[in-house]
Design a protein around this ligand. Sequence first.
Ligand code: ZN
Length: 701
Amino acid sequence: MPCFASALPTRGARAAAALAALSLAALAPSRALAQGAATPLPADTAPIRVIDPAFMDTTVNACSDFFRYANGAWLAHDTIPAAYSSSGVTRDMSDHNEVVVRSVLDDAVAQRGTHPIGSTPWKLGTFYASCMDSSAAEAAGIAPIRPWLREIDRVTARARLVPEIAALQVNGVNVAFRFGPDVDPHDAAHYVASFGQGGLGLPDRDYYTKPGASADSTRQAYVAHVARMFTLAGESGARAARDAEDVMTLETSLAQASMTRVEMRDPAATDHPMTAAQLDSLVPAVSWPRYYRSVGLTVPVPRANVGMPAFMRRVNSLLVAAPLTQWRAYLRYHVLAMAASWLSPAFVNEDFAFSSRFSGAKQLLPRWKRCLRETDGDLGEALGQAYVAKTFPPEAKARAKAVIEDIRTAFRARIQRLSWMSDTTKAQALDKLARMRQKVGYPDTWRDYSRLVVADGPFVLNVAHANAFEWQRTINRPGQAVDTTEWGITVPTVNAYYDPSKNEMVFPAGALVPQTFDPNADDGANYGSLGGSWAGHEQTHGFDDEGRHYDAAGNLRDWWTAADSAHFTGQADLIVQQFDGYIQVDTFHVNGKLTEGENIADFGGVLTGYDALERALARDGRPGLIDGFTPEQRFFIAYAQSWRVHNRPERLRFRVTVDPHAPENWRVNGPLSDDPDFATAFHCRPGDPMVRPQDSIPHIW
Ligand SMILES: [Zn+2]
């Protein structure tokens, strides 16, 4: 449950890795971090501040549109760079972080010869250098992946189909269904084998099923794109067109059996523990012991969680009855889709042109940025150590931890004060809060990359090796104890998350810099941004419409009395209605149900962050006005500026389908117009747009 809208989904690799999360297979020995003095940042990064008064438009009435009041001057002058789908906080912070990461990677390339071949520093330099070698990618064309396509051509008997699917999944190709270990919902101390829906080329099942001219046009564009990819791979125009229709047919069938994102928000809906015999009777077309062997499983799998049984039934019928020509076209396309961004420019450009339909970006990111992001995704903990040494001194970590701990204290007091919640439920909620783990900055134990294969040569093969490494690192986890030291996000990332099955919040160093947080900034600024929109937000995820179904240990268990549960649902429905009423873009409304958890987290974050600020002011003393504002006003300005984002309309249209986060202007104006402390701070009155009527304000946390 990250707090920022994610970028376009990466095809194949990362998406598969997300489900096939992580393993003990190669448990790394703990390595002490070289905690040198922080080196100054390169000079070409503009300083970012937690609050920048120059971004504000104080001619806007704060009680009418606070998002614009806090960010209006910036919005009026901002132009989204051609290679981006949005600009603002995340881009500014990422740009800043990427300059640091680039210096780490440039050093790794320059010093490659000084490290033993096969050592992790050598791998880091070799991986990035092989990505940057664009002329080699151009010269190689499709050659690096031709052996894979030939393997698929050999699927001429149905018996070869599942082994081929398994081989592709191991290399990070998103085909048929998702499989991997996950935390067991009923025994959160151990992993369980898990199945999920997957295998689509468009970003969501709704793109296949939605009626209407706009959806029709996206589907036609997709089929044309798939056909062009086949043509680039050497097929004749007629065959490419036929194959593209086959891909669409097979994927549409998978999509029709897939759950919607709203349906999947209910953890009980994706909780279907099965024995091996039950799995056999659900999907008899697959010999599961043979499949498990093909994907590298060496431990027994007596039971599994099948997230979407109806979807797996559909996979079964397609395995039995869909023509093999259709399957071969489908598998070939997914190999091309996984590889396209690292093949010759014709593939890269075709892949970009289609994805820009969803992002609105007008040109490719520079190659170094694309390579840097891929390297961070695949070898993130190898470069994270150097990143931390350059940017995240121990003092910053200590101060950030103190703010996050203050947020926990403030939330504890809020829970104790709740008049609607019974003592029985409160005791459980307080226990869950007390046991919520916080990870701040960087992992205590860094990942061991000794089994990762990296070689000079085509970069696309290094990506496949990295996918296979991730798969093998985690695949034998079923039945093993959950690794609580592991991080699901890399250190330079500008994001954070709460994981209900581990009951933990994770804040990487990359997010703990301005604009989120500055150890030298005033409390109003830090508690509004890091406190409210980050820590308070993630913490509340433990108690949102999804998170509340998990207990302190991470088990899926109902710890609520019936009356408390009913109260929560009734109040949460008010938030759903509130956001259903907001316009996302054009005539599309925000999907209140899809964004429910994030909106609850935002509201809880604002309330808790504010409480924590008041406690800090009482403890440390009140400063005078800063830039003409009280600490309380600065709290709300910092909160609003932490959502300073400017989106292209294509991205907003894409987000309305896939993103559980509402647009940033509503993430500010929504919760603040429900908050009486906001109205007091800015002297807003009943009837002002930023003051919603009392009876529509939710009372949850
Ligand atoms: Zn969130």
